[in-house]
Design a binder for this molecule. Structure first.
Ligand code: SDX
Length: 437
């Protein structure tokens, strides 16, 4: 707890002490806890005790519903206003005006790259798109019908054995090189996982293609000399990658920070983050939305499905958000972009069902009362499917761009002097001491 003198020193003599006054009814003692950015430090509560040898007061916050685990300067979200900014830039402007690699650089290094910085960045990422030939052997060991996310997570972890120097996480040059490798290789891992599942030969990266073009080529090139993706679809993928780059302290970012706090290499940490993303409540939701739309099947079945959800028999996947209690700004952009994609691919027949679900949900009290709006996953899957991505590739399509966010969060954690190995406490309610008889 800061003394008043310390606060005066910090505030140039002004005694600007925002504090929380707490009275412990068990002892009658009063405490004054400093408030900083609408937050009190949990460790300041430890002074609140009954007996001197007590551990002291803790906060209890399952799923971190109301806990700031870090100070961050990467992404700002205002859930009530539906605002999302990367390093201060509104997502709408970045999606319209920038490429994914420019936005990845911004998320990672805090500023949009100038021409020289961008050329160096794009060259380094491009230079690291290849996978060691041994990775093919690992991929071959999976069944043909292995979920690509299972392959993606496994290959990420396996890459830690190819780059042992990555363990030196406190060396900025070592970190920078692993960032190039991970951003460069995730599209290759994703595409090769898909090619393995359909028994097609792997397509190697081509250096004259942009980041999204290269990924589409590695995914879909067959016998043609040069794969030529439709520019509308390339732009759509560029925007989708930008929208998925980071999202402050979501489940997988928290996993990245927590695993990374033990100072393990970034390949193992990002494998853990990707595993967290795979869950249907997180990045696996885009796949779950399409399976839900398939299950509903037709417009006339929508009312019965909505009734089941309201009866607690399931969730409306792609709806709801821990932070957004308004329309997810990313969902707005994706929904708008869908028309351009469908203009090229033909409309996804499931769009009607999705629009009807949204129409009903936005006026039904069950959803309105719980502030459930479409999130980033509700419409993205419809576009991915129209672009001929198989449904089980959708979480992988989320993970590719989110790699930049995970690495930005990881690096910020490592450089934060207030951070150390993550090790929460618990409220123990188990048995008291008892002897084995
Ligand atoms: C992502 O955190 C991030 O930033 C994540 C993400 C990112 O970019 O990293 O934005 C990406 O993960 C988006 C979310 C994708 N997930 C889904 O679409 C799955 C469906 N949504 C839900 O599972 C849920 O809304 C969560 C997980 C997203 C948020 O859950 P919370 O904040 O823990 O809210 P909750 O489960 O406590 O729900 C509050 C109430 C409950 O009802 P009651 O118990 O009060 O009666 O709302 C209900 C829930 O049952 N509810 C839903 C619902 N989501 C919440 N009811 C029906 N359908 C839903 N989708």
């Amino acid at each position: 707890m800061e003394t008043k003198e310390a606060v005066q020193k910090k505030n140039g003599g002004a005694l600007k002490l925002d504090t929380l006054k707490i009275t412990d009814s068990r002892t009658g003692k009063e405490f004054e806890i400093p408030i900083d950015h609408e937050t009190v430090k949990a460790t300041d509560l430890r002074k609140i005790k009954v007996k001197d040898d007590d551990f002291g007061m803790m906060t209890y916050d399952p799923a971190f519903m109301n806990t700031a685990s870090c100070k961050s300067r990467i992404t700002f979200i205002d859930g009530d206003k539906g605002i999302l900014r990367y390093r201060g830039y509104p997502i709408e402007q970045l999606a319209e005006k920038k490429s994914y690699l420019e936005v990845a650089y911004l998320v990672l290094y805090g500023e949009l790259p100038n021409k020289t910085q961008y050329e160096e960045w794009e060259n380094q990422v491009r230079f690291h798109t290849y996978l060691h030939e041994n990775v093919k052997g690992l991929m071959e060991s999976f069944r043909y019908d292995a979920h690509p996310m299972g392959i993606f997570v496994s290959v990420l972890a396996a890459l830690s054995t190819f780059y042992p120097e990555a363990k030196h996480v406190l060396d900025p040059e070592v970190r920078r090189k692993q960032v190039w490798r991970l951003i460069g290789k995730v599209p290759t891992i994703a595409a090769w996982a898909y090619r393995h599942s359909i028994g097609l030969p792997y397509v190697y990266p081509e250096n004259d293609l942009t980041y999204p073009e290269n990924f589409l080529s590695m995914m879909f090139k067959v016998a043609e000399a040069k794969y030529k993706p439709d520019p509308v679809l390339v732009k759509a993928l560029e925007v989708l990658f930008i929208l998925h780059a980071d999202h402050e302290q979501n489940c997988s970012a928290n996993a990245m920070r927590s695993i990374g706090s033990s100072q393990v290499d970034p390949y193992c940490a990002s494998a853990g983050a990707a595993a967290a993303l795979y869950g249907p409540l997180h990045g696996g939701a885009n796949e779950a939305v399409l399976r839900m739309l398939d299950e509903i099947g037709s417009m006339d079945k929508v009312p019965a499905f909505i009734k089941d959800v309201k009866d607690g028999k399931g969730k409306l996947m792609g709806f709801g958000h821990r932070v957004y209690k308004n329309y997810d700004p990313r969902a707005k952009i994706i929904k708008k972009m869908a028309d351009q994609v469908f203009g090229v691919t033909g409309k996804n027949p499931k769009l009607e069902i999705a629009l009807e679900l949204e129409r009903i949900a936005l006026q039904d009290d069950y959803f309105v009362k719980r502030k459930l709006y479409p999130n980033v996953d509700f419409y993205s899957g419809l576009i991915y499917q129209a672009m001929k991505f198989p449904v089980d590739m959708f979480p992988v399509l989320f993970a590719i761009p989110r790699m930049s966010g995970w690495l930005a969060q990881w690096e910020e954690m490592l450089m934060d002097p207030e951070q150390k190995i993550a090790r929460p406490r618990q409220m123990y309610l188990g048995s008291d001491k008892r002897d084995v008889n």
